[in-house]
Design a protein around this ligand. Structure first.
Ligand SMILES: O=C(O)CCC(=O)C(=O)O
Ligand SMILES: [Fe+2]
Length: 225
């Protein structure tokens, strides 16, 4: 059995159940150190083998609207296509999550796209949304982090703005701050949560992915990315 196959068969039921419950309750889920260890390790090993020129400056917008904007984001990305054991294992895991969430939350998730991201020292991604209402496009965002021994001085936190939190969290300005620590998983409804990445003080590695609707169902002509 290859590593990819063994990761595929690992039992994720408890994890997927907690993610589904969180999404149903509040629209997002933050699960520290939750990615199956074998998968997280495989992804980290793989990311370490990627050379600088396999990463490209990330843009904003899609197709004709696509552009690089230094004031909005500085990270570099590498799309995951499943040509490596690690990429295949990751995509399989995401498919299992997709199937589970469709079965339990009826989200109608149809396809998945994802990329590795590298934020070098000083890089950030300003407050943004991953999708806009009515575009019928990205439904659910997932981010996992691949940074062993991340400390608070290393910055690079993900800040999620929750417009609907109860009064008890008003003290935090309706902000949820997530450390990009190894194996932490964040999942949220793409249209509902503006978020940003604070400047990283050292190299920060992650995967960002999006589950989408079937675009023919969403009645939206989907331009290639
Ligand atoms: O890396 C993160 O914490 C989030 C990245 C992000 O928001 C994005 O790529 O859209
Ligand atoms: Fe984002």
């Amino acid at each position: 059995m290859t590593f990819a196959q063994s990761t595929y068969s690992e039992d994720n039921t408890f994890l997927f159940e907690s993610i589904a419950t969180d999404i149903a309750d509040k629209g997002f889920s933050i699960r520290p150190y939750a990615l199956p260890e074998s998968l997280a390790t495989l992804l980290l090993q793989h990311i370490n083998t990627l050379s600088d020129d396999q990463f490209k400056r990330a843009g904003i917008g899609r197709a004709n609207d696509h552009m690089i904007n230094d004031f909005i984001r500085l990270d570099e990305i590498c799309w995951i296509t499943g040509t490596s054991d690690a990429g295949t294992a990751w995509i399989k895991w995401a498919e299992l999550l997709q199937t589970y969430l469709n079965r339990h939350l009826f989200l109608g998730l149809f396809s998945f796209e994802s990329h590795f991201a590298h934020y070098a020292k000083g890089d950030f991604y300003k407050k943004h949304k991953d999708a806009f209402k009515g575009e019928g496009n990205r439904v659910l965002s997932v981010v996992v982090y691949l940074n062993p021994n991340w400390s608070s001085e290393d910055g690079g936190e993900l800040v999620i703005y929750d417009q609907n939190t109860s009064e008890s969290s008003l003290l935090n300005n309706n902000k949820i701050t997530v450390s990009p620590s190894f194996g932490t998983i964040v999942v949220f409804l793409s249209e509902d949560f503006p978020h940003e990445v604070l400047p990283a003080q050292r190299d920060r590695y992650s995967i960002a992915g999006w589950f989408r609707l079937n675009n023919s169902i969403a009645n939206n002509i989907d331009p290639p990315s």
